[in-house]
Write a new protein. Structure first.
Length: 281
């Protein structure tokens, strides 16, 4: 019997159609959508999920809000401790899931940074002296870059003080010392780099002009964003691999040429999270 079947067997018959079949298990914390579950039943059902899925805490699924990428509203359904540890590609991350987002959907791309034998050539940079990670969070990409490029200096920037707090903890716990951590808006930083990594935050495009001013002449931008598939001009999966004309025109206006382009994942039925490698034009 799978976990959901075991949970279903312990729930009252009239609630079976209201409980979620899917969830995110992040370390010892479970994130679920209990919107259909009556309020009076949420806590006891959350305890059942915790027992069957072997977690210490259950949190109601919520949206991430603004450039701080902080969960908009957190409802604790079971347990009290929202801090957990996540192990990924040889590194350990501490995170408080009520204060900071974690994106399990980007795991495969973070693996491309885990060492010299990289899964994706998007993250093969040669021998950069300086790599800047905008929106570094708790170090999702920054710590993997620091590990994968031990001779490079990584500058990790985030404006969320809680993210910075955990990034410092994570760097120390993983014995990463080739990293400088800055709590500020990226646009306030006047530094030069060979590589600048711009993760997806909902308005990544707004930071591209500043990144242009910080990038060395032959440097590389790794750019993540979300666009509608029809705007990109893709009607089928077979068309991926082509650099979209509208996207090329958009980044050319910002002073870049597209070197590489791919999809990270679907964002619902009509949108895609894309990744591109950009060079100054």
């Amino acid at each position: 019997m799978n976990p959901f079947e075991r949970i279903k067997a312990k729930v009252r018959t009239e609630l079976v159609d209201k409980i979620p079949r899917k969830w995110k298990k992040i370390g010892e914390v479970l994130i679920v959508d209990f919107d259909l579950v009556p309020n009076k039943d949420k806590n006891i059902i959350a305890e059942t999920y915790a027992s069957e899925l072997k977690v210490k805490t259950v949190i109601q699924k919520n949206k991430v809000n603004g450039e701080l990428r902080k969960p908009k509203h957190t409802e604790l359904l079971f347990g009290t401790d929202t801090v957990t540890k996540i192990s990924e590609y040889g590194l350990t991350y501490n995170i408080d899931l009520t204060e900071i987002m974690w994106s399990p959907g980007n795991t495969g791309w973070r693996s491309a940074l885990a060492g010299p034998d990289k899964v994706s050539d998007f993250y093969s940079f040669g021998n950069p002296k300086i790599i800047i990670d905008y929106f570094a969070g708790i170090g999702y990409f920054a710590l993997q870059m620091a590990k994968g490029y031990p001779e490079s200096k990584i500058i990790a920037i985030d404006k969320n003080p809680k993210s910075i707090e955990y990034l410092k903890i994570n760097a120390k716990e993983n014995n990463i010392d080739n990293i400088e951590i800055i709590n500020d808006d990226c646009r306030n930083i006047k530094l030069k780099a060979d590589v600048i990594h711009l993760g997806y935050i909902g308005n990544t495009i707004d930071f591209l002009e500043h990144a242009h001013s910080c990038l060395n002449k032959e440097g590389t931008i790794i750019f993540h964003e979300v666009y509608r598939n029809n705007w990109l001009g893709f009607k089928s999966r077979s068309e991926w691999g082509i650099i979209p004309k509208k996207f090329s025109q958009l980044v050319e206006e910002k002073g870049f040429n597209v070197e590489k382009f791919d999809r990270v994942k679907f964002y619902g039925p009509s949108k895609s999270h894309i990744i591109s490698s950009l060079k100054k034009n």
